[in-house]
Design a protein around this ligand. Structure first.
Ligand code: FAD
Length: 434
């Protein structure tokens, strides 16, 4: 364990970004407090999948984080699918009206598919965060410098306040900290509807095997097709089949305050009218009443900076993305690895150094985070046969998807940390000359 530093960080939000950052900071001997508006750490939705870059980032944050993840991780159930991230299938019926059952190509890497049930993952990782540093039912309203401009004063909705030397907003897609940094009127203050929504389903594995067969139910695959795609992978040690169906939408989202709205199973089946009968059969497995999840992102209005002074943002707060690369949570963990390594650098000693550390974090992470947001949009265009100059050209789709996933998976987190530390050194030197 590294020696303790002479500053304290406040983390706003206890999702995957905030929780993994708290664990990583503790590992670097940095004091932090976490303020979460909910009454506990909790995650909604079902599965979340992690690719090799996320696993390497977990190792950098704290070996115990990787250990906690492995306790609840589920992989493809067939040994022959060990390296498969997703088998990619054409979801449209072929010339003869049959369902296409063989993959058109496979996205593969050395780690294969690594998925967890969100709630189980959160239960495991929250055990690594000292309870006395967790403050629940604390909704952040404002951040201001104190009279001596030494401490940052955080004010919460319940009228209480707290102090810190640096603040990291991990408060997700509707981030208050982002609003504070860029200004409420700035276009990036609010994420926008991407004209796509999704349905999520978790189904007992036995039922899924009965309906779609063992190979497709117990191993990860994605069916692509016109204006929609549907993916699935096993979670809960293989006991549960986790499914997500994404659909293009020409309408506006009717209620920006609510990212989910009620829908019926028939709506989902109707959305996949142009797909093969086997796909519609998959959708018969979901509950009669389900939620329709709006997909918002920061793609049209990326943030101009990810920190201002000693206040920074990371995770969805900084680069809210659609889920078409299945990488938003993985990028949260990359952010945590880099942020903790920079703040943990031996040259970052006192409160005044925190600003230089945040600037080095921003310089290192902004481009990659914002690339993900754009690439995720493009990936859904590819999967939904609406990418310009590509359409339903399956060879072109394969080539471009493999390139894009390769860029996500082959990230050198240790190299990025070394580079960011070089940058940090220059910033600290400049500060000491000023
Ligand atoms: C359908 C879907 C599927 C996905 N699948 C994957 C996948 O397979 N793999 C992957 O890597 N990513 C996936 N993602 C993306 C991933 O879920 C997100 O990128 C990730 O969960 C974001 O985590 P976060 O901690 O930044 O934000 P959040 O999870 O939104 O957490 C923010 C936290 O901050 C709290 N908060 C908000 N405002 C305040 C405030 N003012 N004061 C105090 N607390 C506050 C909230 O209560 C919340 O707990 C998916 C996303 C979707 C929508």
């Amino acid at each position: 364990m590294a020696p303790e530093k002479d500053f304290e960080i406040a983390i706003i939000g206890g999702g995957i970004a905030g929780a993994t950052l708290a664990i990583a900071l503790k590992n670097h001997g940095i004091k932090c407090q976490i303020y979460e508006q909910g009454h506990a750490f909790s995650e909604i939705g079902a599965g979340v999948a992690f690719s090799p870059n996320s696993l390497s980032a977990m190792d950098v944050c704290d070996k115990n984080l990787r250990g906690a993840f492995e306790k609840v991780a589920t992989h493809n159930q067939w040994p022959s699918k060990k390296n498969v991230y997703f088998d990619v299938m054409d979801g449209t019926p072929d010339f003869y009206g049959r369902d296409q059952t063989e993959p058109i190509f496979t996205l593969e890497n050395e780690q294969g598919q690594n998925a967890v049930h969100r709630a189980h993952f959160m239960d495991e990782i929250s055990k690594l965060i000292p309870i006395e540093t967790c403050h629940f039912r604390k909704h952040l309203d404002s951040i201001a410098e104190d009279e001596k401009m030494e401490k940052l004063r955080l004010t919460f909705h319940d009228g209480t306040s707290a102090e810190a030397d640096g603040v990291v907003g991990c408060d997700g897609i509707k981030s208050r900290v982002r609003e504070i940094i860029v200004g409420e009127k700035h276009p990036s203050a609010k994420a926008k509807y991407t004209h796509m929504y999704g349905y999520r389903g978790v189904i007992p594995m036995e039922k899924a095997v009965d309906i779609i067969g063992e190979e497709r139910a117990t191993n990860s695959c994605v069916w692509i097709g016109p204006n929609a795609h549907i993916l699935s992978y096993p979670v809960d040690g293989g006991d549960t089949y986790n499914m997500f169906a994404a659909v293009c939408d020409t309408n506006e989202w009717p209620d920006e305050d609510h990212l989910t709205l009620p829908a019926k199973k028939e709506d989902a089946i109707k959305d996949f009218a142009n797909f093969a009968p086997a796909i519609k059969k998959k959708l018969t497995m979901v509950e009669d009443n389900l939620d329709r999840w709006a997909l918002f992102d920061l793609g049209d209005n990326p943030v101009p900076y990810m920190h201002k002074g000693r206040v920074a943002i990371m995770g969805d707060a900084a680069h809210a993305t659609t889920p078409h690369h299945g990488a938003g949570a993985g990028f949260c963990i990359e952010d945590s690895a880099l942020m903790s390594a920079i703040l943990g650098d031996e040259r970052v000693k006192k409160p005044a150094d925190v600003e230089a550390a945040f600037a080095a974090f921003d310089a290192s992470r902004r481009e990659r985070g914002q690339w993900l947001v754009q690439s995720s949009r493009r990936n859904s265009e590819l999967m939904d046969f609406r990418a310009k100059d590509v359409g339903r050209d399956l060879k072109k789709i394969e080539k471009e998807m493999k390139e894009r996933f390769g860029k996500i998976w082959n990230y050198d987190i240790n190299g990025a940390i070394n580079d960011a530390k070089g940058d940090l050194g220059k910033r600290l030197a400049k500060m000491s000359r000023a």
